[in-house]
Structures are given as C-alpha cells and as structure tokens.
Design a protein around this ligand. Structure first.
Ligand SMILES: Nc1ncnc2c1ncn2[C@@H]1O[C@H](COP(=O)(O)OP(=O)(O)O)[C@@H](O)[C@H]1O
Ligand SMILES: [Mg+2]
Length: 248
C-alpha cells in the first residue's frame, strides 16, 4: 500500500516575489485518497499544477509513477487526470462532444462502452446530447470530472471539486470518488470542507504558505486527538503556526 505514485521532493515554486511552494516533500501512495488541505493561497493549486505539468517548478522535483514530470512530460501527463478549480470548457459542445474532444486531445479513441461507463458513473447519461452551457452548475462539475477521466488516468487530482456545490451533489461526488478509489484510481483531493476530508481521505496533508505542516494517516491523527473533529485539529494547527511565526 505504500507504493508511491507521486513523489515530490524539495519542491519550490516562485512567482516573482511570491513563494507559492517553499520546499515541499511528500509522497502519494497507490490507491489512496490523499486530502490536501490549507488556507487560500497556501500553494495547493500550484502543487497540483506542477505535478500535472501545467507549471514549471523553480527547483526540486516531482515524479509520477517514477517518471519526472518535466523530462517525461508525455508519460506523466497521460498518467494524471486533473479536475481544475475553475470551470472551463467550451459551452458550445454537447456533453458527448466535450468528452470525445478531450479523449482526442490525449490521442485516445473513446469506445462507446467507455463513454457509456463515464456517463453512467457521473449520472450524465440523460444529458449526453445536451450543450454544456445548458447544464446546471453541478452537472458542469461532473462533466469536468468526466473529462478528467477519459484517458483512464492512474492518479486523479480534484482541486476543490465541491466548492459552492449543494449537499446532495456533494454526497454524490463523494460516492464517485470512493468508487474511483475502489477501482484502483489514486485520488488527490483539495477542499475547504474539513468534513469532506474527514469523510473521504485516507491521509491528510496540511500546507500553509508553501510549507507542509502536517502529513498523517487520518485515523492515526484523529486517534491522537481523541474527541476532536478534523476541523478543530486543523484550526489549532494553523493558529499554532501563526503564533510561532509572530514570535520569530
Ligand atoms: N500564476 C501566478 N502568478 C503569480 N502568483 C501566483 C500564480 N498562481 C498562484 N500564485 C500565488 O501563489 C500562491 C499560492 O497560490 P495557490 O497555489 O493558488 O494557492 P491555493 O490553491 O492553496 O489557494 C498565492 O500567493 C498566489 O497568489
Ligand atoms: Mg487553489
């Protein structure tokens, strides 16, 4: 179970004067749901962007299935699925076209069987011919997940997939995420909803200002802080960090 699928070493990313990642080391294990938590601006999206090959690290490295994300970009890009934080797709495509187009982008032929499987898994079968712009917000989110799955990635990054999503859809997404994990997909999930991480994640990482503050098995973390919810542990951790920073 400790087979690393993603290996991040000494990862630094600067945007001019802003240090988005200040030297992060972490592994994501095969088959786990990895909860990546942290306040706004902590560096979560930047970390995901580097692994997905959308941003270039200033220094340090990231490997996916043993392949460097810069040197073996074509390999790692195929191994990774990314559900971006922002909803972005061509509203003039139908759901089916959006999925087929995305598959084409990866050079994959989407079989009818695979298409039906994705549509079913995301409850979009009835919307197959519907234009993306006519979908509800929740359906758009699901289409984004579908797009990230067309090339059958081994690691799926979900960047705040449930931001602004209603309770019912959130639970539906949780079921999909568990289903994917049960099928063997490794999932990295960022979220601001601590109860979501508590519900879904096998391990929890907290980053703040580009630094890793915590990385622990969720069950161990909760047992160590008996009686506390993940949210309490998280808030106390960030507060302690702030106090220590002020003392320095
Ligand atoms: N393209 C960019 N150009 C300049 N600064 C950026 C860019 N992307 C992110 N940043 C900065 O890097 C820091 C981390 O951002 P981000 O990774 O988006 O955090 P998170 O996803 O945890 O909210 C923030 O200070 C943000 O303003
Ligand atoms: Mg972000």
């Amino acid at each position: 179970m400790n087979d690393p699928v993603v290996e991040i070493r000494g990862l630094v990313k600067r945007y001019g004067d802003v240090t988005a990642l200040a030297g992060v080391d972490l592994d994501v294990h095969r088959g786990e749901i990895f909860g990546l938590l942290g306040p706004n601006g902590a560096g979560k999206t930047t970390l995901i962007s580097v692994v997905a090959g959308l941003a270039r690290a200033t220094s340090g490295s990231a490997r996916v299935l043993g392949h460097d994300v810069v040197r073996d970009y074509r390999f790692t890009r195929r191994a990774v699925g990314l559900v971006p934080q922002e909803i972005n797709f061509d509203p003039f495509f139908s759901v089916e076209e959006a999925l087929r187009f995305q598959a084409g982008y990866f050079g994959v032929r989407l079989s009818e069987e695979r298409l039906a499987e994705i549509l079913d898994a995301l409850d979009l079968a009835a919307k197959r011919a519907t234009n993306a712009r006519a979908l509800s917000g929740g359906m758009k989110r699901r289409l984004l997940i579908g797009k990230a799955l067309v090339h059958d990635p081994q690691v799926l990054f979900l960047d705040e997939p449930t931001a602004g999503v209603d309770v019912e859809l959130r639970q539906q997404l949780w079921r999909h995420v568990r289903h994917l994990r049960d099928r063997g997909t490794t999932v990295v999930l960022t979220t601001h909803y601590l109860e979501e991480a508590e519900e879904l994640a096998d391990r929890i990482a907290v980053i703040d200002r580009g630094r890793l503050l915590l990385l622990e098995d969720k069950a161990t973390l909760l047992a160590r802080n008996a009686g506390q919810r993940l949210q309490d542990i998280y808030v106390a951790l960030l507060q302690r960090e702030r106090e220590q920073r002020e003392e320095r």
